[in-house]
Design a protein around this ligand. Structure first.
Ligand code: SIN
Length: 331
């Protein structure tokens, strides 16, 4: 009897030890966060902040690796990679989800939002929040919006009125709305990955491109583009996404803590996006490499008139109710 009891006790101790060892040596969950921009941009800084927060608060359970500058995947491949489990987090521009959902195309409509306040209002409102779930049937979960800012037009020749863009080649993100926007100007849009833009500009394979001040500065586009028109004609914001399979497979407590870290990192990124816009515009102006063209109200109105017909073209795809809510967010 005594011998049986001590054997059972020994077995129990062995199981307990094994459990302790398994917990102590359990491999942390690895989250690879892949993006295409430089580290010193709203998205780069947000991703690094997320890594820091996770390390501080749950470093024993989760490790975040951030891959900037298209080191791991470009935006043309990252969603596929995410669904295959090769990447767990990404934050592509809202323009790059076209093959997964049509509703996010609303964010590409030119001159839709008067400023970033209106963008924030729409994104946090019911229509914007519903869009976070628009790709769940494809296995992609939207976890939150991240700001960059409004886009400017850079070019090898001065662009003051829409007629100046006729026949010129512009690199665009992979978006049919952006293609239609440049076609409305009788310009030639070319869908190309972000990683190729500098070389395309440098070799003069294209005449221009549209981007935010932080991307124009951090990727040195201003060094090879003598003119930047401050057009603020469109939005470049991001959707932080993960795969439903990965996210829903996480233990509840880990998922909840990760979401908190992510919300904080996004709030941090959104707070600095506006400042970076002003700072990077100033650095470009101070460099003297690129002349910044300010439009008169009359010139700006000409760009609005030339580009705005695109709204009608895509209203059916983005949804009339969404369009009306976006317009209302400007009030
Ligand atoms: C990005 O900001 O993530 C890239 C934008 C672009 O492709 O122009």
């Amino acid at each position: 009897m005594k011998r049986h009891a001590s054997t059972a006790l020994a077995a129990l101790c062995a199981v307990a030890l094994l459990l302790c060892a398994t917990t102590a040596f359990a491999k942390p969950i690895l989250i690879k966060f892949s993006h295409v921009v430089a580290e010193n941009t709203p998205k780069g800084l947000m991703a690094n902040k997320f890594r820091e927060l996770v390390e501080q608060r749950m470093g024993d359970k989760v490790v975040v690796e951030v891959y900037p500058n298209s080191q791991l995947f470009g935006d043309d491949k990252v969603l596929e990679a995410m669904l295959l489990g090769d990447v767990q987090l990404a934050a592509p521009a809202l323009s790059k989800f076209e093959s997964y959902t049509k509703v996010l195309q609303i964010y590409d409509l030119p001159f839709l939002f008067k400023d970033m306040g209106a963008v924030e209002k729409f994104q946090q409102g019911p229509n914007g929040q519903k869009m976070l779930h628009s790709m769940e049937d494809k296995g992609v979960l939207g976890l939150g919006y991240l700001h960059n800012g409004l886009k400017q037009l850079s070019s090898s020749d001065p662009l003051r009125v829409p007629a100046d863009a006729v026949g010129k080649k512009f690199r665009i993100m992979a978006s049919d709305v952006l293609a239609a926007q440049f076609e409305a100007l009788q310009a030639i849009p070319l869908k190309k990955p972000f990683s190729e833009v500098f070389t395309l500009l440098q070799t003069k394979a294209i005449d221009g491109q549209e981007n935010t001040w932080s991307n124009i500065y951090s990727k040195k586009f201003y060094e090879v583009q003598p003119y930047i028109t401050e057009s603020n004609h469109g939005l470049l914001d991001y959707l932080v996404v993960t795969s439903a399979e990965f996210w829903n497979g996480l233990p509840d407590d880990v998922r909840a803590e990760l979401k908190k870290c992510l919300d904080e990192a996004i709030a941090f990124g959104n707070k600095i996006a506006g400042d970076k816009d002003d700072e990077d515009k100033k650095k470009i102006a101070d460099s003297g490499r690129s002349k910044i063209i300010e439009l008169t109200p009359e010139q700006r109105e000409q760009w609005v008139e030339a580009m705005k017909p695109v709204w009608k073209q895509f209203e059916g795809q983005v949804g009339t109710d969404n369009l009306e809510a976006a317009i209302a967010s400007n009030k």
